[in-house]
Ligand binder design. Structure first.
Ligand code: 13P
Ligand code: SF4
Length: 310
């Protein structure tokens, strides 16, 4: 007798039984993307979390994303398949240190990239994601000085795009820092027709050679409307699943990391598996919880972002 569970069928059953919705980020493994009700970038997932009428939100992503969903839905149960699915970028900004940093710039408005803890959000004036960052910066009066945290690469890209003078927190994403400009250039020489598409969390030198820069949703949409046949994709490899699914005739080449031991899979995102997703739905844990005063303080800058991005 085959006693293995059909995890796909079980997850579908649990969704219905518990009125649960599965929100998945593009960096999740393909099986998880295939079973999700909604796949998106950070902004799309936050917007979806803000409007769902499900009783349980199962967040197939990393901790700060599930935390954002909980901040927006205090009365819903928010589950994360693996509570250890963190984010190197979010970890680069401990709230106590950031508070001291902020005190040095009392006149500055704090714009934080959504990849940060609720503690950092509570110390921020407005949140942004990679798809609305420019718009958020432009919404701030021109003469207003800005602190941008925690991603120095996205921050430097925004300084270049908007011409604004911003103080940057020195954080970065471990996945987007490992790409090799030299190897991308060599790959491009082998595939002269290929377009280089990159996430703005990449270093400036890599962004310099990109034909298109955008959030995961931005990169996916570009690959659909553009007429090239080949793309060198400079971000986490999970996004390739939807790119390939939506463009069966095109070739997507993951950009090479700077050394053979490195890999462009996010170790945090990839902690979630289909089995853990099933188990967390069955047992309704691990669950995201948060103190109410922290939730309320973190919600304000998220609401401001959602209003501007609506
Ligand atoms: P987006 O999906 O918003 O582009 O974010 C990428 C990322 O690194 C999420 O952790
Ligand atoms: Fe964090 Fe980078 Fe992983 Fe995104 S890809 S969750 S920014 S470590």
């Amino acid at each position: 007798v085959d006693v293995r569970l059909d995890l796909f069928a079980e997850i579908e059953r649990l969704k219905k039984e518990k009125n649960a919705v599965i929100l998945a980020h593009y960096y999740q493994e393909p099986d998880i993307q295939d079973v999700a009700d909604f796949i998106g970038d950070s902004l799309g997932l936050a917007q979806q979390a803000a409007r769902t009428d499900a009783d349980i939100i199962v967040f197939a992503g990393v901790h700060f994303m599930a935390e954002t969903a909980k901040i927006l839905n205090p009365h819903k149960k928010v589950l994360l398949p693996d509570l250890k699915a963190g984010c190197s970028l979010a970890d680069s900004a401990p709230p106590e240190l950031f508070k001291k940093f902020k005190e040095k710039y009392p006149d500055h408005v704090v714009v934080s990239y959504v990849n940060c803890s609720a503690g950092i959000k509570a110390l921020s004036d407005i949140i942004c994601t990679s798809s609305n960052a420019e718009k958020i910066i432009e919404s701030i009066p021109k003469d207003q000085p800005i602190i941008f945290a925690p991603d120095r690469n996205l921050g430097a890209y925004l300084v270049k795009k908007t011409g604004r003078d911003m103080v940057l927190w020195n954080g970065a994403c471990m996945v987007h820092e490992i790409f090799s400009l030299e190897k991308i250039t060599r790959l491009k020489a082998l595939h002269p027709g290929a377009k280089v598409i990159a996430h703005p969390e990449c270093e400036a030198a890599v962004l310099e050679v990109a034909d298109y820069i955008g959030s995961t949703t931005g990169l996916l949409k570009f690959s659909q409307r553009d007429d090239a046949q080949e793309y060198i994709v400079v971000t986490e490899t999970g996004i390739l699943h939807q790119m390939q699914k939506n463009n069966p005739g095109k070739t997507f080449i993951p950009a090479p990391p700077n050394n053979a031991c490195a890999c462009n899979d996010c170790p945090h995102m990839k902690l979630n598996t289909l089995e853990k997703l099933y188990l967390c739905m069955e047992y309704e844990q691990p669950e995201i919880t948060m103190e109410e005063h922290l939730r309320l303080a973190a919600k304000k800058p998220i609401d401001r972002m959602l209003e501007i991005s609506a």
